[in-house]
Design a protein around this ligand. Structure first.
Ligand code: F6R
Length: 607
């Protein structure tokens, strides 16, 4: 999604703006731009494509000025091009924007009716033109913004820079996050704290509907009704501002390799290792009384929820439904009295997941957010928060956040089983001991990397890949397919093994690799039958299994990736590692932009 930065500095700000934008690259973007006040007057530089195109332009035509705003754009209205890149300027104001102005067509025709011509195809330019019109009518910058904000429908974060106003930035937030950074006689703005890492670690987040007037002396924040409000500033932990690949070629590789450590942190947060029990933070409701669980999320987070559905049903013995957030919010799902809705999100800002959370609250549900960004909107709005302690995830393809979501949900499922009396104390101890083994098992799984690298040479030649799994390995099969398609651009589908004969088997021939995720469990034999069906049609099988499974899978044409034996409950976490490495190595071989795959955004803050 788009990224916003702003600086009121002591020196020239163009380089700092670009540096801050670089730290927002992970969000996904297709053009970028900056505006500064050169000798007090608005000047801009914009470029299609990656930031290097912008820096080349800035090298040829440097921008002076101690105040400025910058933007990375992920196209929504109007194709990715220089003309549609932000900032959008008029004579009096420059604007950068994250989100969507839903009523822009209506506003645009109103302005065009007054003879105003537009220079881009974006929804953002209407904001610039509306503010400009107020100023032409005599309003000062602050009054102009105050008059325009109530007219904008949709979700947005905005930053304004005004011609002739070298000590002023105005920022507004409705739906999309925005952080204000405090320096020594300098002020900063950013879509997140990571963007501001090089400048300051003292941050304050605007709340829904807030707008702020920044000068080098500080920030005056107002809420939606215009009341001056105070928002707490916080010192951000240094680790959360680091965006560094370490010794790895890509953030994604670094994040895959970090998993034994971060899943250990997550388990450490929820497990008492001495008593071998699960210790959840206090919840504002009794788990024993819950009658139904609705899980809702998007993409990879949804698949974490789909794995948890099996755990909640097995350990908690209660009905669970898992839904795509964009469907859940509009389906008018009836929600019963003692229901709990669990939303899962790495960013905590995904528009559909947030809307689903609000829907559930409006319909009387208790809500739990499993989130990785503790300051996010979803974390703030849910009744209870179960944090995943994955640390900042920069690669667009989610890896460590996924396994930490699984870890958190596994702990919740055990707590639920205990509270409802379906798990005994001994069951809890046994499950906790299994979870404590996950970091070690993940480290073992990472050793498969060289083997997977070799195998990816075959996968890189494929046009389509099928992933199969049963039970909790079925959502993992879907996650594997998602991972492969998003970073290697190879078409892939994840299916439940039992569904093979109901359609996808038609695709199988000697060019079609089939990745089968099958530890030796109680339904392993069924999966062997699926593999026989694939082998009989010439399909090439890559089997992720354990030593017992490898010995029992007497099927031709199988390449085996053998993981250690482990209890079934923890298998989805550990088997995620080879699943992620398959996608990673294939994408590297294909030469794609692994950390910022085309068309994708890290955090989808628009519908
Ligand atoms: C896939 C991926 C996405 C996200 C989805 C939800 O690798 O990263 O599918 O999982 O956009 O994002 P969050 O978890 O931030 O709500």
């Amino acid at each position: 999604m788009c990224g916003i930065v702003g600086i009121l500095g002591k020196e020239a700000v163009a380089d700092g703006l670009v540096e801050a934008l670089r730290r927002l690259e992970y969000r996904g973007y297709d053009s970028a731009g900056v505006a500064t006040l050169e000798e007090g007057h608005l000047a801009i530089c914009r470029a299609e494509g990656k930031l290097k195109n912008l820096t080349h332009k800035l090298f040829r035509h440097p921008l002076a000025g101690h105040s400025g705003i910058g933007h990375t754009r992920w196209a929504t209205h109007g194709k990715p091009s220089e003309r549609n890149a932000h900032p959008h300027i008029t004579k009096r104001v420059a604007v950068v924007h994250n989100g969507i102005i839903e009523n822009f067509r209506e506003l645009k025709s109103e302005l065009e009716g007054e003879g105003i011509t537009f220079r881009s195809d974006t929804d953002t330019e209407v904001v610039a033109q509306l503010v400009d019109r107020e100023m032409v009518r005599g309003a000062a910058p602050e009054a102009a913004v105050a008059a325009v904000l109530p007219r904008l429908k949709g979700a947005f974060a905005l930053a304004f820079l005004f011609d002739g106003q070298t000590d002023l930035l105005i920022a507004a937030r409705k739906g999309s996050p925005l952080a204000i950074g405090f320096g020594d006689g300098e002020m900063f703005l950013g879509s997140d704290a990571i963007a501001l890492g090089p400048f300051t670690d003292v941050i304050c987040y605007l709340e829904e509907g807030d707008w702020a007037v920044l000068t080098r002396a500080g920030a005056l924040i107002r809420d939606e009704s215009g009341q001056v409000v105070s928002r707490p500033s916080q010192k951000v932990a240094a680790g959360s501002l680091l965006v560094d690949k370490g010794n790895h070629r890509h953030f994604m590789a670094k994040e895959i390799y970090e998993q034994p450590e971060v899943i250990g942190h997550t388990f450490g947060h929820y497990l008492n290792l001495d008593t071998e029990t699960v210790n959840l933070p206090e919840l504002p409701f009794d788990l024993a009384e819950v009658e139904h669980i609705s899980i809702t999320a998007c993409g990879t987070a949804l698949y974490a929820g789909a794995v948890a559905e099996y755990w909640f049903e097995r350990f908690g013995r209660l009905p669970v439904s898992t839904d795509i957030a964009s469907e859940f919010r509009y389906r008018e799902t009836p929600l019963t009295g003692k229901g709990v809705t669990i939303v899962i999100s790495q960013s905590g800002e995904t528009a559909d997941t947030l809307a689903s959370l609000r829907y559930a609250k409006e319909h009387g549900q208790k809500t739990i957010a499993v989130v990785n960004v503790p300051t996010s909107t979803i974390a703030r709005e849910a009744d209870a928060v179960l944090p995943t302690l994955a640390g900042p995830e920069i690669g667009v393809a989610s890896t460590k956040a996924f396994t930490c979501q699984l870890a958190t949900l596994a702990c919740l499922s055990v707590a639920l089983g205990r509270a409802r009396g379906h798990l005994s104390e001994e069951d809890e101890h046994r499950l906790v001991r299994a979870m404590m083994e996950v970091p070690r098992l993940m480290t073992e799984a990472l050793k498969l990397s060289p083997e997977i690298e070799l195998l990816s040479r075959t996968l890189a030649k494929a046009r389509d890949v099928l992933y199969l799994g049963r039970g909790t390995n079925y959502p993992l099969a879907m996650e594997g397919a998602l991972k492969l398609k998003e970073i290697s651009y190879i078409h892939a589908e994840g299916y439940a093994g039992g569904e093979l004969k109901h359609g996808p088997i038609a695709l199988i021939d000697e060019t079609m690799p089939v990745v089968v995720i099958a530890p030796h469990d109680r339904i392993f034999e069924k999966t062997v039958s699926n593999m026989e069906e694939v082998a009989a049609r010439g399909g090439r099988i890559i089997l992720l299994t354990d030593p017992k499974g490898a010995a029992a899978a007497s099927v031709d044409a199988v390449q085996k990736l053998i993981l250690p034996e482990m209890p079934a409950t923890v298998a989805p976490m550990v088997y995620s590692i080879p699943v992620q490495l398959i996608a990673y190595h294939t994408a590297v071989l294909m030469g794609t932009d692994v950390d910022q795959p085309r068309n994708l955004a890290k955090s989808v803050t628009v519908e």
